[in-house]
Design a protein around this ligand. Structure first.
Ligand code: AGP
Length: 612
């Protein structure tokens, strides 16, 4: 995934472009570059590495120009080098293109263009578009918008493109297919970007773009057409959060800020969700009793952390609504023959709403007749727009690549869906639903309690900084927590970590245990199946083989065999994941800090992976 930004207006373009790229760096940070709309020949600067490398290269002697495009990259085709950085230009240096996504047929395109005399400078798929647009613009008498429309018709893949030409430097043309692009409407100035965060300091008026829509912006206005050139009416919306939400708020890292925002994020996601008749209010689902009566199963599609939220959806929805739930890795789903039909409800969980694996799986399910419900944290992103209904979590913008508050609110959202379905199916009474909801309303305060006691945990974590591997054990709803704790540690500390179902330990993984191996065990809570005792047996088994055991356990729970016990407030078993995950987030955060890693932008990662 990459970050793209465009500006045209009375300001010196360099400021909104660089500031915009800074806000988008979470989308990818292998390299960065800009093209400034200087007449005759564009001013191009681009550097491998973080945005700061580009800023250092720009220096002071910049031309005074009022339009341009900028890009921060997560490399797909071509390594993260200066010459593979975007923008890419035609051979005359008059047309520049930046791109988010993948051009799948670029090899053939490049061969055709080279046969027509174009000289290539990079290894990227994007450069083919620069040369193609250059030819087509000449064919269309200098009309860059018409050139873009014809170019897109010959491209395969997922992409958002922005282009600028030195002959009309105040005009910027963009197009989106599967990857995000929003327009910012200013006064005498206009913006384009992958995410509203890039221009929110300048305007809160945004226009969303649909699939294969071509947008042309200039200081005086914008126009949108389809690929045939037919004009389309811009769909304007107001951006509801402000730029302070996208700042660190005094924390050293966005991730720590977002961990501490979790009580509010959970509270906001619960706000107004139970009416005075003890009914769950999820009107946006547009699900009637009849819709639900016909429902045969639910399939959850997601990736990474969102997949772990999906695993918890299974426990809750089957427990409360008595509907069968399958949880699928989105990247695997459509490559088998999934049994999906009009009696299937698909729940697509995605923080960004742009994860290509999840989007493509959703499309496959939709084509098979399923009804699609998105659980998403990003307003007007692609996945909600392609779903039949959406339940927005209210975590606010999540900037850190490692997902924290979005995860907790995804769990809350799927729990609300479970209660709603249970009520519609008449398998839970209103009073039973109220009783469960009242427990959920207590969770923000309990998360707060955990956050007030993180310092000892942060100190404990530093003692494990030299470890080469950490194992996480959980049972029942603690198993997805173990997986999530392991994922956090992998992506932040670059450390091997693995989550296991406690019962699986004896079927192989226990061979991993050696003297000093750190093991974190999530102790289930007062479970009728005696899982507590079974988990404590697991603790003894690994301890007997030299493991150093940290147990996450509720207040008052009896714990034997652990080196360290991290206590969390008491809550019903189904809500334990919301609480037990928080210490694991802090553990991974502190490990990353201790190891000197880039906490908010870990290596090789991006906030949303918009390629398959
Ligand atoms: C979570 O910490 C990771 N950054 C990653 O696993 C993420 O959850 C996954 O890529 C899905 O992203 P989405 O929720 O935006 O679809």
């Amino acid at each position: 995934m990459c970050g793209i930004v465009g500006y045209t207006g009375p300001q010196s373009a360099i400021t909104p472009l660089i500031e915009g790229l800074r806000r988008l760096e979470y989308r990818g940070y292998d390299s960065a570059g800009i093209a400034l709309g200087t007449p005759d020949r564009l001013y191009i600067e681009k550097r491998a590495g973080k945005l700061v490398n580009l800023e250092n290269a720009l220096g002071e002697s910049l031309p005074e120009v009022h339009s341009g495009i900028g890009h921060t990259r997560w490399a797909t085709h071509g390594g993260p080098t200066d010459r593979n950085a975007h923008p890419h230009v035609d051979n005359e240096g008059k047309l520049a293109v930046i791109h988010n996504g993948i051009i799948e047929n670029y090899t053939q395109l490049r061969a055709d263009l080279e046969s027509r005399g174009h000289r290539f400078d990079s290894d990227t798929d994007t450069e083919s578009v620069a040369h193609l647009l250059s030819d087509l613009r000449k064919k269309h008498g200098g009309d860059l918008s018409a050139a873009m429309r014809e170019a897109v018709a010959s491209l395969r893949g997922s992409f958002t493109l922005l282009a600028i030409h030195a002959d009309q430097p105040e005009v910027i043309v963009g197009v989106r297919r599967n990857s995000p692009l929003v327009v910012g409407l200013g006064v005498g100035e206009n913006f384009m970007a992958s995410d509203v965060a890039a221009f929110i300091d300048y305007t809160k008026r945004a226009v969303e773009l649909g699939q294969d829509e071509v947008v042309t912006i200039s200081p005086s206005g914008i126009s949108i057409t389809n690929l045939d050139g037919a004009p389309l009416q811009p769909k304007e919306y107001a951006i509801t959060w402000d730029s302070s939400a996208a700042q660190k708020g005094g924390f050293n890292h966005f991730m720590l800020k977002e961990i501490f925002e979790q009580p509010k994020a959970v509270a906001d996601t619960l706000l107004g969700r139970l009416n005075d008749r003890n009914q769950i209010v999820l009107d946006e689902l547009h699900l009637t009793k009849e819709d639900i009566q016909g429902l045969k199963k639910i399939v959850v599609l997601a990736c990474g952390t969102a997949f772990h939220a999906g695993m918890l959806a299974k426990y809750a929805i089957e427990k409360w609504a008595k509907i069968s739930v399958e949880v699928e890795l989105a990247s695997e789903f459509r490559y088998r023959d999934p049994l999906i039909d009009s009696n299937t409800l698909v729940i697509a969980i995605s923080q960004s709403g742009e994860t290509m694996d999840t989007l493509m799986a959703l499309r496959h399910a939709k084509a098979s007749g399923a009804r699609i419900l998105a659980v998403c944290n990003t307003n007007s992103s692609t996945i909600p727009r392609e779903s039949d209904a959406v339940l927005y979590t209210h975590a606010g913008p999540e900037i850190a690549v490692a997902s924290t508050k979005a995860f907790l609110t995804q769990v809350i959202a799927v729990y609300l869906i479970g209660l709603h379905l249970a009520q519609l199916r008449g398998v839970m009474s209103d009073l039973e639903v109220k009783s469960v909801f009242d427990e959920m309303v207590e969770l923000p305060g309990k998360i707060e309690q955990i956050l007030e006691t993180v310092e000892p945990l942060r100190e404990l974590t530093r003692g494990f900084a030299q470890s080469t591997s950490v194992l996480f054990l959980g049972r029942n709803v603690g198993f997805p927590v173990a997986l999530e704790g392991a994922l956090k540690l992998k992506e932040l500390a670059y450390m091997h970590a693995e989550g296991f179902a406690g019962g699986e330990l004896k079927h192989g993984p226990i061979a991993l245990i050696e003297e000093g191996t750190p093991v974190i065990a999530i102790l289930p809570v007062g479970h009728e199946h005696g899982l507590d005792e079974k988990m404590l047996s697991n603790v003894q088994e690994v301890k007997a083989r030299g493991a150093k055991v940290i147990v996450i356990a509720q207040e008052g729970a009896e714990v034997t065999g652990a080196e360290h016990v991290i206590r969390i407030p008491i809550a019903p078993a189904i809500f334990q994941p919301i609480l037990a995950t928080v210490p694991l987030q802090v553990f991974a955060y502190e490990m990353a800090v201790t190891r000197g890693n880039d906490v908010d932008q870990p290596r090789n990662l991006a906030k949303s992976v918009t390629v398959e």
